[in-house]
Design a protein around this ligand. Sequence first.
Ligand code: BTN
Length: 252
Amino acid sequence: MSAETAKLPPPFRLITRRAIGSTNDEAKRLARDGAGEGMIVWAMTQTAGRGRRGRLWVSPPGNLYFSLVLRPQCRVADAAQLGFVAAVALTVAIGELAPNIELRCKWPNDLLANGKKISGILLETEMIAGDRPDFVVIGIGVNLAASPRDVAYPATSLADEGVTGVVPEVALTGFVEHFAEWLALWREDGFDPIREAWLKQAAGLGEPTQVRLEHETLAGRFVDLDNDGALLLGMPSGNRRIAAGEIFQVTT
Ligand code: BTN
């Protein structure tokens, strides 16, 4: 699929690259140069793919790597909600391709397939003056054909789970179609319907959970998702709001 042949709903449009450092870096560069909402940078491989918390995102051919530019007219605090919009849309899109796999949303924006990580989302925001984002880049990696070993959280791919032959362009098109709908809903009705859909698919809701922060690890129960996307961790001292961190379910 090329930029010419892709059938994407407006305003989404594609720039394709065979190999690139990071699609997020390229999307940010183009956004700084004025690229409008809906531009998507899609690459077959990345040589410097980035994950959250400075981690590397190993990017062999066969998997899906892309980043899209949004210019939401929202407060910067609300921009993080777009990661949940993307996670919900991706869950629906992958669910259509792999109806027999159990898909779960892992806080904040990961997707699990049969309990292992199949996709990660890296959301990056740049500001203009005041409290408004200039643009938001949502970078998504989906393991279609291969998954990394030796990672903090066990990983899988569609192929590992027995669903072979899903090519990146099909997964990308499916995602964009659903994302356009969920984005419109977010713009019209706010975070509530997104939060509700995400919670229906959430991994570990109500269960004992460990949250790894930069300098400490907290243990509690995953009680709820706050209305700005923070995780509410129930602890003996009361609920604690976690805005950023890594969660691990505790097996009892
Ligand atoms: C994570 O789970 O840590 C987030 C991973 C995000 C990876 C994607 S691949 C496409 C885009 N480009 C990058 O460099 N990172 C994101």
